[in-house]
Write a protein that binds this ligand. Structure first.
Ligand code: IMP
Ligand code: MG
Length: 181
């Protein structure tokens, strides 16, 4: 059954095939960049979980996983810029090659906060892998070292990303129309 049948208002923006091809390219680049070294994938819960799983399985390096959880004060659509760390990493980040895995780089407020937190731990390397980049929304000057797709300023769900915790399990990345927000 096509997934659109579940929620007919959703419009597919990036198909599962396009995601798979791009994630494979990103994984190949990470494999080249860190050849001969170990890396730690740090996923930002919950949105990055599916992306991290797909990406990490194609990276041909010695790797471990860790996860953090953050929330920004404000409501679902508007961030206040204040970020709270709900769950920190379990392992020490000192002298490690960290790849922070995030679903969407939007205003950049979350990642600029996380970048400060991680750099304070003195990793050997710190890179950001973001599946999506809404570049037109940027407030803080953050860029990802590995970017999947640049997308317009629309609210997307699926492939891990939610609206009010729903739609994370859709295999394609879909646009949620404004009247459903
Ligand atoms: P930033 O701090 O504004 O860059 O916010 C980034 C976070 O906002 C992402 O990690 C997502 O959790 C969330 N976010 C931003 N845009 C969307 C969207 O279109 N769909 C789902 N979540 C989004
Ligand atoms: Mg997120």
């Amino acid at each position: 059954m096509p997934d659109q049948a579940v929620v007919p208002q959703l419009r597919v923006l990036i198909t599962r095939q396009q995601i798979a091809e791009r994630v494979a390219e990103m994984a190949a680049q990470i494999t080249r960049d860190f050849a001969g070294q170990s890396i730690v994938f740090v996923g930002v819960l919950k949105g990055a979980s599916i992306f991290l799983g797909d990406l990490a399985r194609q990276v041909k390096l010695d790797a471990t996983f860790d996860f953090i959880s953050v929330s920004s004060y404000g409501n679902a659509n508007k961030s206040s810029g204040e970020v709270r760390l709900n769950k920190d990493v379990d392992e020490s980040m000192a002298d490690k090659n960290i790849i922070l895995v995030e679903d969407i780089l939007d205003t950049g407020l979350t990642l600029s906060y996380l970048r400060k937190v991680f750099l304070a731990h003195q990793p050997r390397a710190f890179k950001i892998a973001a599946l999506l980049d809404k570049i037109s929304r940027r407030i803080e000057p953050v860029h990802a070292d590995y970017t999947g797709f640049t997308i317009p300023d629309e609210f997307v769900v699926g492939y891990g990303m939610d609206y009010a915790e729903r739609y994370r399990n859709l295999p394609d990345i879909c646009v949620l129309p404004p009247d459903m927000l």
